[in-house]
Design a protein around this ligand. Structure first.
Ligand code: ZN
Length: 147
């Protein structure tokens, strides 16, 4: 039953992605590409005083990658850079390890089922790898997921 609910949230976000538009006054941008599946995305961030004021994305990809980007943008608004990077770490753990699910993940727990499908992990983490590049690189390079 829980799986069905999670599935529904992922479907909803893949069909009607939130924050899916470009941003003219973004001060951080990065691009990501997952060659395994063909997912592409461009991430836009507006950071003020080290806090994510706004975040959006455009891209084309499978349901998992689109839903992940959509839910990520919803989770990031109002977070500090440090909090955003911590969330990234926890999301990565959720998908790649058997650690107990962290409450900090909120709605992002819907992706826990992806850990059973290693080929789809890259789809789910693409937006997050791109986020890392946008937050940490001086000149963000296009990201190609490798792990
Ligand atoms: Zn994909």
């Amino acid at each position: 039953m829980v799986d069905d609910l999670y599935q529904e949230i992922i479907l909803d976000h893949s069909k009607r992605p939130r924050n899916c538009h470009s941003m003219d006054d973004a001060n951080r941008k990065a691009e990501g590409y997952n060659p395994l599946c063909g997912d592409k995305l461009k991430l836009f961030l507006k950071i003020e005083n080290d806090v994510v004021k706004d975040v959006s994305f455009v891209g084309s990809g499978c349901a998992i990658s689109t839903a992940s980007a959509s839910l990520m943008t919803e989770s990031l608004k109002g977070k500090s850079r440090e909090e955003a990077l911590k969330l990234l770490e926890k999301f990565h753990e959720l998908l790649t390890t058997d650690t107990p699910i962290s409450k900090d993940l909120g709605k992002l727990v819907v992706f826990c089922g992806v850990r059973d499908y290693p080929a789809r992990v890259k789809c789910a983490t693409l937006a997050w790898h791109t986020l890392k590049s946008a937050l940490t690189a001086d000149v963000p390079e296009p990201v190609v997921t490798t792990e």
